[in-house]
Design a protein around this ligand. Structure first.
Ligand SMILES: Nc1ncnc2c1ncn2[C@@H]1O[C@H](COP(=O)(O)OP(=O)(O)O)[C@@H](O)[C@H]1O
Ligand SMILES: [Mg+2]
Length: 196
C-alpha cells in the first residue's frame, strides 16, 4: 500500500484552503451582482462601519443603526458594509429589505415562508423602514422577525432619518434592536445633489 502520497494531510489542507478561497470568490461575485447599479459607486466606508464589519467577520456581531438625513449614504453603506464583510471572508448571505419591499412582503396573504427566511437571514438590512407608514399589522410582523433575530443573536442593520427607534417602531421592537447596537450618525451633504 505504498502508493499514497507522503504528506496526505498537507495536500488535504492545501486543497481545502484553495476550495475555501474559490468559494469565497464565488460568494463575492454573486453578491456583487445583487448590488443595485445606483449603489455600485466606489467610495470609502465610514471607519465606524468598518469596525462594525470587523466584529461581524470575527463572529461577534452587533446590530447597526445608521441615522442621517436623506442622501448622506445610508443605503450605500448597507450594501458596502455587507460587501466588505464578504470580501473579508464572512460566509453569510445578507438580505436587504427596503420599506416598500417590507410592505409588499406582509401585505395579506402574507407569505410566511418569505417572512421566515428574512427572520433567519445571517444579516438582515431593514433599509429605511420609517419611509412608509407602519401600522399595527406591519409592526406586528416586524416584531416577529426582530424577536426571532434577537433570540438567535442574528445581526440586523437598520437605517433611519430619525434617531428615535422607539417612536418609529415601538418599545418592543426598539428594545430588542437596542440590545447590542452600534449607532452611527452619518452627516454631510446630500450626495444625490452633489456635482450633478
Ligand atoms: N461613501 C460613498 N461613496 C460614494 N458614493 C456614495 C457614498 N455614499 C453614498 N453614495 C452615493 O450617493 C447617493 C446617495 O446615497 P444613499 O445611500 O442613497 O443615501 P441615503 O440612503 O442616506 O438617502 C447614491 O447614489 C450612492 O451611490
Ligand atoms: Mg436610502
Amino acid at each position: 500500500m505504498g502508493e499514497s502520497s507522503p504528506e496526505p494531510y498537507d495536500d488535504d489542507a492545501e486543497l481545502h484552503a484553495e476550495w475555501a478561497r474559490q468559494a469565497q470568490e464565488f460568494r463575492l461575485e454573486q453578491w456583487r451582482k445583487r448590488i443595485p447599479p445606483s449603489m455600485r459607486t466606489p467610495g470609502e466606508l465610514d471607519p465606524r462601519i468598518v469596525s462594525w464589519v470587523n466584529d461581524l467577520v470575527r463572529r461577534s456581531p452587533n446590530n447597526l443603526l445608521m441615522v442621517g438625513p436623506v442622501g448622506v449614504g445610508k443605503t450605500w453603506s448597507c450594501w458596502h458594509a455587507a460587501d466588505a464583510a464578504i470580501a473579508a471572508g464572512w460566509d453569510g448571505d445578507p438580505t436587504v429589505v427596503g420599506a416598500y419591499e417590507w410592505k409588499l412582503l406582509i401585505t395579506p396573504p402574507v407569505n410566511e415562508m418569505d417572512v421566515r427566511d428574512i427572520a433567519r437571514s445571517s444579516l438582515l438590512v431593514l433599509d429605511d423602514p420609517g419611509a412608509m407608514r407602519l401600522g399595527a399589522w406591519e409592526l406586528e410582523h416586524m416584531y416577529g422577525v426582530i424577536d426571532y433575530r434577537w433570540n438567535h443573536r442574528l445581526p440586523t442593520i437598520i437605517t433611519s432619518n430619525v434617531p428615535d427607534l422607539r417612536a418609529m417602531l415601538g418599545e418592543r421592537i426598539a428594545s430588542r434592536l437596542a440590545a447590542n447596537v452600534t449607532v452611527v450618525v452619518l452627516d454631510g451633504p446630500d450626495r444625490r445633489r452633489e456635482g450633478k
